[in-house]
Ligand binder design. Structure first.
Ligand code: FE
Length: 234
């Protein structure tokens, strides 16, 4: 049998992987970084070919891994995980420093970082496995705890982008939907606004219709504007 849910028992850490191209920077969320050899220090990361960061890594042959802390806000993860660097500059309003690879290391919500240069590229269909030699690694804040993928899913109720290595397509639970409620879904991250719940974290009371949300209201998961939402059909 293939019990896909059982795959969530594997443990992963949440990271931002960043790279550069022609003076521009981009980064995305991955949960597939692992050290594979201790001597010489070598690690691997799996990245979806659709991601702009994939293109940057392929061309520059260098990348950085910023290891995210448990208390990272979900909107920060949304910025790197659900928005595309083709639409926004992900490093705008983010504290970072340029490492010796020339690639940014994220300083906000980061426990530590690793810099690596590619020594091998393995094509794995939809994804590429980049094998990198570690050039530098450092702890930025040892008071912080690294965020595991399980913590992100279970405690932060984080969602998984379609392009993630661990994405599993789920069918909507129709029994949870009732005809009276008009729910709207974010096209970028699949967050569903439910008017019976509202958005209490952003002072939107239960019973607030989507149409009555302020114009500057944004998706609490990924920061997308209201016009990225569409009606969820019953
Ligand atoms: Fe969203």
């Amino acid at each position: 049998m293939l019990d896909l849910e059982s795959l969530f028992n594997l443990s992963y850490g949440m990271c931002i992987i960043s790279s550069k191209k022609d003076g521009e920077y981009n980064g995305c969320i991955v949960n597939t970084v692992f050290q594979i050899v201790p001597e010489p220090l070598t690690l691997a990361v799996s990245v979806n070919k659709e991601n702009l960061t994939h293109k940057y890594i392929t061309e520059s042959k260098v990348f950085t891994v910023s290891i995210l802390a448990e208390d990272t806000p979900i909107s920060f993860i949304g910025r790197f995980g659900f928005r595309s660097g083709r639409d926004i500059d992900k490093f705008e309003q983010v504290n970072f420093r340029i490492g010796q690879s020339g690639v940014p290391v994220v300083l906000d919500n980061t426990v530590g970082f690793i810099e690596a240069e590619i020594i091998k590229i393995i094509d794995v269909g939809t994804h590429t496995l980049f094998i990198g030699r570690i050039m530098a690694c450092e702890t930025i804040d040892d008071s912080k705890v690294p965020m595991t993928y399980n913590y992100y899913r279970d405690v932060k109720h984080g969602r998984t982008p379609r392009t993630a290595a661990t994405y599993i397509e789920k069918k909507p639970k129709s029994e949870l939907e009732t005809k009276e409620m008009k729910k709207y879904k974010c096209n970028l991250c699949e967050y569903v606004y439910d008017p019976t719940v509202g958005d209490p974290d952003n002072d939107v009371n239960p019973g607030t219709a989507f149409e009555d949300l302020p114009d500057d209201w944004v998706c609490p998961e990924c920061g997308a504007s209201k016009d990225e939402f569409e009606l969820v059909e019953d």
